[in-house]
Design a binder for this molecule. Structure first.
Ligand SMILES: [Zn+2]
Ligand SMILES: [Zn+2]
Ligand SMILES: [Zn+2]
Ligand SMILES: [Zn+2]
Length: 434
């Protein structure tokens, strides 16, 4: 695949839980070895931190000076989307950058939930008590901009993590339509969005996926319908077989490794432990728990234990290839890679589900690269491990992220460190250069 476009965000915001670990301007990791007193945090609002004085000054000059007043002026807890709306509003004063982007104005106005959001943001802005915005920017204009953010913002993914670290508005990216089965995809380097395509040339009509393809069709469609008011009918959404695998439950034979598709187990032929409808519901419920869990946990150990309990509960009924189980296994592996003590079953935790990720989306899909990367992080903590997964990881990251991306460099280094240089040169280096 090729990098066909690269774009900085018009505005971007970190999720509050990453406020002290990533720079609010460039989204690079803040050096954790610095003492608290050395971390550059805005003294006035204490809601943004920076990697350097340069980033702090840049942010202050462009948006934060005004944003800071708004953040201090409200007692309401602002969500990431709310903060992104404020940043976009401040960044577009007197400019026409986002004119022409979809707004879905009418649809948002007639949806009670969204309409409430629009007025909440306006209330927060007005509460700062200052005349930050010029008179030409009346309520309607502001609402249109907030709508633009609602339907065009993008979750920013740091490759080392399992959940998005923030949200941004990318004007160029936002012009592309959605398809889950797109031949292009978006990856991030800091807060820069990178468009990767199978074709060497950029094509204006190219589509991108707005959602993770590790979700079942009805979940992907729901999240797209929620802000775009369209129902995706792409190749992937019509692939019933893929969904049956992604929603599969266990069979009635204990310890059978198969899964139930079309009513009978692929290995032993027995029927399902639970009806298909229940397996679908449990999948949704587990996905929901996983999406919201980081908000309630504190230490990695606690998280790991909590996830293990979930694995035991849901693993009894849902099959290993089920998309919710795959995401659970990914989060478990992520915790294991971060924990102080290496868990006894590290190898199992590192690798469980990896093959299902690959069979679902193929080597070279960004979701697969991330999963392989996490597996490698786990394995690299062991004394001895096979090079098979790191090699697959390199292969996948070269496709999905490209050779210049930090994740590809990390993975290639991992291999070089572990193989005897000579042996590596003789047998493998040519393969990776292709
Ligand atoms: Zn920075
Ligand atoms: Zn501030
Ligand atoms: Zn689709
Ligand atoms: Zn079976």
């Amino acid at each position: 695949m090729y990098t066909v476009a690269r774009e900085p965000p018009l505005a971007a915001v970190l999720s509050p839980e990453f406020q002290d670990t990533y720079c609010a301007t460039c989204f690079s990791e803040i050096d954790a070895s610095q003492s608290d007193s050395e971390i550059l945090t805005c003294d006035d609002c204490t809601q943004v931190s920076y990697c350097s004085l340069k980033c702090q000054r840049k942010d202050w000059k462009t948006v934060h000076q005004l944003e800071c007043e708004i953040l201090r002026g409200t007692s309401q807890k602002m969500t990431v989307t709310m903060r992104l709306c404020v940043r976009v509003l401040l960044s577009t004063i007197g400019k026409s950058d986002i004119d022409g982007l979809e707004t879905n104005y009418k649809e948002f106005r007639s949806s009670p939930k969204h309409n409430q959001f629009l007025s909440d943001v306006l209330t927060i802005i007005k509460a700062s008590g200052h005349n930050i915005f010029p008179k030409s920017m009346d309520n309607n204009k502001m609402i249109a901009i907030i709508c633009t953010v609602l339907c065009n913002s993008f979750g920013i993914i740091a490759e080392k993590r399992v959940e998005p670290i923030g949200s941004g508005l990318y004007v160029g990216l936002a012009k592309h339509n959605h398809s889950c089965a797109s031949s292009c995809h978006v990856v991030f380097d800091g807060n820069q969005a990178i468009l990767r395509s199978r074709d060497r040339q950029y094509c204006k009509n190219t589509t991108i996926s707005y959602v993770s393809r590790m979700l079942p069709t009805f979940e992907r469609q729901k999240s797209i319908r929620n802000v775009h008011f369209i129902t995706c009918r792409c190749e992937m959404c019509l692939n019933e077989d893929l969904d049956l695998t992604g929603l599969a439950s266990k069979c009635q034979t204990s310890k059978c490794q198969g899964f139930v598709k079309n009513g009978s187990c692929t290995t032993c032929g027995k029927s399902a432990l639970i009806p298909f409808e229940q397996s679908t519901q449990s999948t949704s419920k587990l996905l929901d728990i996983l999406e919201n869990r980081h908000k309630s946990m504190d230490t990695v150990q606690d998280e790991y234990r909590h996830l293990q309990n979930l694995r035991e509960d849901y693993g009894r009924i849902l099959a290993d290839c089920n998309v919710a189980i795959l995401q659970l296994d990914e989060q478990l592996a992520y915790c294991a890679s971060e924990m102080k003590n290496v868990p006894e079953d590290m190898e199992l935790v590192a690798l469980r589900g990896v093959q299902h990720f690959i069979s679902r989306l193929g080597i070279g899909a960004p979701e697969v690269t991330r999963r392989l990367y996490i597996a490698c992080k786990c394995l690299s903590r062991l004394q001895k491990y096979s090079m098979e997964i790191p090699k697959l990881a390199v292969q996948s990251s070269l496709e999905s992220h490209g050779e210049d991306h930090p994740i590809s460099k990390f993975l290639a280094d991992l291999i070089i460190r572990n193989l005897e240089i000579q042996e590596f040169r003789n047998s493998e280096i040519q393969k990776f250069e292709i």
